[in-house]
Design a protein around this ligand. Structure first.
Ligand code: COI
Length: 355
């Protein structure tokens, strides 16, 4: 593992005083982590420095062909003062899966985790403690070669920034309304849908704006081949409870393999609920909603945590799920996942890692 050179800020910023107004991703802490890559030295020279602007040539490849990978994780401060990360090795593993798909050199796992732990401990005073808040960790890699031909870059920067956050959705844990998109698609099998990269998110914007204009928070994507099967929401994976069974789309190469998704599956199985990872057609879903078989729906993600869904809209049909409120499984998952993350619920599954 490489030693990190640390330069502390001499001008610390004022920390947010009202943790009820954090929102998501608007405030950044005092420090950032940067590690460079070139073919001669590999990943080298890790540093922690004051949070600052970065300087790149306008020809840097990331600006033109989008060769970049990002991740999302969170750190929590427990009542006893411990700082916990939630399953960081799963995110690091996924980051390197994304890197391979995007032709970015893999990052040594020990340097990755050490970078996160060291940065979080330096900015530990920024971790909010109000329920529902956390310190969001955003690791990312950008391609930095100054070159306009299309090929993988030879040089990269790996950067980690931190942001104290509240709920991802302005509505907090209140159920969101989701628009099932039947025109645009997010990803196709064999494409980059299962990699965590900006291209998948920019692909979602036009439909998201359309849905926002109609009063919906997010878009639920159908598969890009047959436009028939439910995939994911973009900012979160999706779960349904249909006739007592928890159902979520099976990973198929175009769906992001969420860490919170995997945790929901494990917890539901542990609680003895039947869980199916399979293809779910939009027709099956609409039929289940019409007949009342659709008992619950929720999204899962690092930023979104567990987000109950109260309404789905497909074509011209608006479907209220049960009474439109927070379902029993959604609430139990939210309480358990956030309880483990913040040290309030015993971590019998060994998911947390202390900083
Ligand atoms: C996360 O949940 O961490 C993500 O990266 C999703 C993003 C849309 C905020």
């Amino acid at each position: 593992m490489q030693e990190i050179k640390i330069e502390r800020t001499t001008a610390p910023k004022a920390k947010p005083t009202d943790e009820s107004k954090l929102g998501f991703g608007k405030i950044f802490t005092d420090h950032m982590y940067v590690m460079e890559y070139n073919p001669q030295q590999g990943w080298h020279d890790p540093k922690i420095m004051p949070y600052q602007e970065i300087s790149l040539e306008p020809s840097a490849m990331v600006f033109h062909y989008g060769q970049e990978m990002f991740e999302g994780m969170k750190a929590y401060k427990c009542e006893d003062g411990r700082i916990l990360l939630f399953r960081p090795n799963k995110n690091i593993e996924r980051a390197n899966n994304s890197n391979r798909r995007l032709c970015i050199p893999e990052i040594p796992e020990d340097d990755f985790l050490n970078g996160i732990k060291t940065l979080v401990s330096i900015d530990a005073d920024w971790i909010p403690t109000r329920p529902g808040t956390s310190l969001y960790i955003r690791p990312f890699v950008i391609a930095t070669d100054p070159f306009l031909g299309v090929r993988p870059s030879n040089t990269y920067k790996f950067i980690i920034i931190l942001s104290p956050v509240g709920a991802y959705y302005a509505s907090g844990l209140d159920p969101v309304k989701i628009w099932i998109e039947d025109d645009y698609v997010r990803a196709v099998r064999g494409g980059i849908g299962e990699a965590k990269t900006g291209g998948n998110y920019v692909a979602s914007l036009a439909a998201q704006m359309k849905a926002h204009d109609e009063g919906y928070s997010q878009v639920l994507w159908l598969d890009g081949v047959e436009r028939k099967y439910i995939e994911e929401v973009g900012a979160m994976n999706i779960f349904f409870k249909i006739n007592g069974t928890v159902v979520t789309p099976m990973l198929n190469g175009s769906i992001l393999p969420g860490v919170t998704r995997a945790s929901c599956i494990d917890l539901c199985k542990k609680w003895g609920l039947p869980v199916e990872e399979r293809r779910i057609s939009v027709d099956e879903l609409v039929e289940a909603a019409r007949t009342g078989a659709l008992e619950e729906c929720w999204g899962s993600g690092t930023a979104a945590v567990i987000s109950p869904v109260g309404h789905l809209r497909f074509e011209d049909e608006v479907m209220q799920i049960a009474d439109g409120g927070i379902g029993e499984v959604s609430q139990k998952l939210y309480d358990t996942v956030t309880g483990i993350q913040t040290g309030k619920v015993e971590d019998t599954l060994g998911w947390t890692v202390e900083v």
